[in-house]
Design a protein around this ligand. Structure first.
Ligand code: IDP
Ligand code: MG
Length: 136
């Protein structure tokens, strides 16, 4: 049985700054993700605070929101079978030092905060996050 899902992916400022946009998109395409929508934007800190509001109580929240709004990002809607978990697996662990070989964060991540990509963590949050960036 197929289970087509959509998930939100972000190429974060550290990766955009290093011109990794096309390389990272190729990784998704080679793993059979379709990029349904994409845009390059820079967000305000207040928008980053909304996007990451689940982390509002964390000690790293302020730095995280400053960072996500610090430069251009690429936001994408990815689609494939079981896209949410497939993208999380392809991204690797939050801390690039803990990420498995072959994952995007292992290959490109600099540190736990500059870890190159974001991916939704559940189907429910994917819908919320896609709406956040692509509400028509
Ligand atoms: P995820 O991106 O793998 O889903 P989350 O726990 O949702 O990880 O955290 C969101 C983002 O916050 C991470 O991608 C990372 O950039 C940052 N972050 C998470 N934990 C820490 C930390 O302990 N110190 C600094 N930044 C962190
Ligand atoms: Mg998360």
């Amino acid at each position: 049985m197929s289970n087509l899902e959509q998930t939100l992916s972000i190429i974060k400022p550290d990766a955009v700054e290093r011109n990794l946009e096309n390389e990272i998109k190729e990784i998704f395409k080679n793993k059979s993700f379709s990029i349904l929508r994409e845009k390059k934007i820079q967000i305000e800190k207040s928008e980053a605070e909304k996007f990451y509001k689940v982390h509002a109580t964390k000690p790293f929240y302020n730095d995280l929101c400053t960072y996500l709004s610090s430069g251009p990002i690429i936001v994408m809607v990815l689609e494939k079978d079981n896209a949410v978990i497939a993208n999380r697996e392809l991204m690797g662990a939050t801390n690039p030092n803990d990420a498995d070989e072959g994952t995007i964060r292992k290959k490109y991540g600099i540190s736990i905060d500059k870890n190159s990509v974001h991916g939704s963590d559940s189907v429910e949050n994917a819908k919320i996050e896609i709406d956040f960036f692509f509400k028509d």
